[in-house]
Unconditional design. Structure first.
Length: 201
């Protein structure tokens, strides 16, 4: 089992980086190869089972949502804001007892979506995907699904700091905070990065 998992993820690494590299070095079907690279990672993420230390906790959280109303769910959680989006997604996909698969797939899809958007903007897609997988961030995203999604939204929002577009930056940070409230800590980055101290001679 361990050997087959190792083989599968090495294939994911090879093909996702290969397709990304082709997309960067061809003018024909560029978007197609970006999508193929994306799907190579996402399909495996969607099909994963019992991967990550918190996988069982996510399943238990979904099962709790499956058998209770939203009122009871929010009454039972102390950190309502922290889990609001997650609980709503659990309720949305509670039409099936295996709905946790779709909830985790939602997080995987948008984590990869914002990651790819950020890497494409920087024109470092192949290199970025290589380090994302080899430095274990893919597996971290399986475990800390909310935190990593919030981080990738933040990475994408950095473009708006460079463009000095404060409204768009704040919008995406608020979106990241809905995913995980810790994202609010990076709101001041816009002002810090654009602060230029006056040096008097």
């Amino acid at each position: 089992m361990l050997l087959s998992t190792y083989f599968i993820y090495n294939l994911v690494l090879f093909f996702s980086v290969l397709f990304a590299w082709i997309s960067e070095n061809t003018k024909s079907y560029r978007n197609l190869f970006v999508v193929l690279s994306f799907l190579t990672i996402f399909i495996v993420s969607f099909l994963r089972y019992d991967v990550g230390y918190d996988y069982d906790n996510y399943v238990r959280s979904f099962n709790f949502t499956y058998y209770h109303s939203l009122y009871n769910i929010y009454s039972s959680y102390s950190g309502v804001l922290n889990y609001s989006l997650y609980n709503l997604l659990c309720k949305l996909f509670s039409f099936t007892k295996n709905g946790h698969i779709f909830v985790l797939a939602f997080y995987s899809f948008f984590t990869l979506f914002f990651l790819y958007k950020a890497l494409l903007y920087r024109k470092i897609l192949a290199m970025g995907i290589f380090f994302f997988i080899t430095y274990n961030f893919l597996f971290i995203s399986y475990d800390q699904v909310r935190q990593v999604l919030a981080i990738t939204i933040f990475l994408y929002s950095l473009k708006y700091i460079e463009e000095k577009n404060i409204s768009h930056y704040f919008l995406f940070i608020i979106l990241a905070a809905i995913v995980h409230p810790s994202a609010l800590a990076v709101l001041p980055f816009y002002f810090i990065s654009n602060f230029k101290p006056k040096i008097q001679n």
